[in-house]
Structures are given as C-alpha cells and as structure tokens.
Design a protein around this ligand. Structure first.
Ligand code: GRF
Length: 207
C-alpha cells in the first residue's frame, strides 16, 4: 500500500476505555495538524468513553466483543470487515486491551500503531499495561521512563519502534502522578507521530 502525502489518510481507532489518546488525535485533526479522515472507532467495551467520544464527534462507531461476535476468530473477522469497509489506511490502537487477531494483522500489516506508556523494550509485554507499567517503573528505581509508539506485530509490545520520548521520574512520584505526566506526553507524541507518518517524515514499511 503506498501513500502520497497530499492524500488524506483514513484513520480507524480501536479503544477499550477512556480514549483520551484518541481524543488528542481527533483534536489534532480538527486543528489541521493531522491531514486525515477519521473513519471508524471500534471498541470491545460497549460502555466505553471511547465510543461516547466517537458518537459526539460523529465518527462511525462499532461495538465488537464476544457478545456481538462469539469467538476471538469471529471478532477478528468482524474487525477486519469494519476496517476494510471503512477504507482505513492506518489503524490506531488507543488503549485497546484485546490482542489483535491474525486476520487483522495480515490485512493491515505494518499499518497498526500502538502506544505504550514506557520506554520499550523495558516495561513491556503481557501483563504490563496501565498502572502496572508505572508501578514497575517506580519499583525499578529508574530515573527516566517515557512513551513509545510502535507498529503492532503478533506479540505484545515487540513491533518496530517508530517514536519514543522520555519523561523524568520524580523523587516523590506516585503511580498516579507518574501515569498522569506520561499520559500528557502520550497525547502530544501520538498526534505528532501520526502527522509525521502522513507527511512521510516517518516511513512505514513498503510505502
Ligand atoms: C495509555 O496509557 C496507553 O499508553 C495505553 O493505554 C492507555 C490508554 O489511555 N496503551 P486512553 O484510553 O487513551 O485514555
């Protein structure tokens, strides 16, 4: 799949909870900082704030879970079908808590982005998500953590890294205070990275 910087990219989101990263990207599109159409929001959580945000922003939204699609394979097929029908060029995971299925990975190889609230490869992998990441960072005594944006592959948090930014760990940080500072950085870095992908300052494989 090739992409010309003049053409608007179609972005779809997968999100499970708050969707504050998704909102930051929506806001950047509205401000003209990202040249993209927002074509779909998919959530496994029918009551998620992410779906509420999508509704408010007039972005087509979909609930795909084991309630709507019985098995993980059926969910995977449902997700691919929505992504293809919506014309998505880029799939942005924004706090999506389910593993991406093989069919989605194959159909959007090198086109699925994820954000992780630490400096991968440190503090990543199965079980390291949300506050657990910040808890592990604080326990380690590392003076620096950060944000990573990477392409998604078949494992957890292992795909090629596209962007990273550091956040200092302060002496009296708690899990919550650190999480809050890292999340702020996530919001700016995710939007900037997507803008750079669209302007081809960051090249995705085979584009
Ligand atoms: C973020 O910390 C992100 O790094 C992680 O999940 C969280 C999602 O937050 N993958 P939000 O739903 O975007 O507010």
């Amino acid at each position: 799949m090739s992409h010309s910087p003049d053409k608007k990219m179609n972005i779809a989101f997968l999100a499970s909870h708050g969707g504050s990263n998704m909102q930051a990207i929506i806001d950047a599109v509205k401000l003209g900082r990202i040249n993209a159409n927002l074509v779909a929001v998919i959530s496994n959580n029918s009551g998620s704030m992410a779906l509420k945000r999508a509704k408010k922003e007039n972005i087509p939204y979909y609930h795909v879970s084991n309630l709507t699609h019985g098995t993980p394979e059926e969910m995977d097929a449902g997700i691919v079908s929505i992504l293809k029908t919506s014309g998505a060029d880029l799939v942005v995971l924004a706090g999506y808590m389910k593993k991406i299925g093989d069919r989605t990975l194959e159909a959007f190889k090198g086109r699925i982005l994820n954000i992780h609230p630490a400096l991968l490869p440190k503090f990543g992998g199965q079980g390291l998500y949300g506050k657990r990441v910040h808890e592990a960072v604080l326990k380690s005594g590392d003076p620096v953590t950060g944000v990573t944006i990477h392409l998604v592959d078949e494992k957890y948090d292992t795909g090629p890294i596209l962007a990273q930014e550091q956040v200092a760990v302060l002496k009296d940080d708690t899990i919550d205070s650190l999480a809050e500072r890292v999340l702020k950085k996530e919001h700016t870095l995710y939007a900037e990275t997507i803008a750079k992908i669209i302007s081809r300052e960051i090249l995705l494989p085979d584009t």
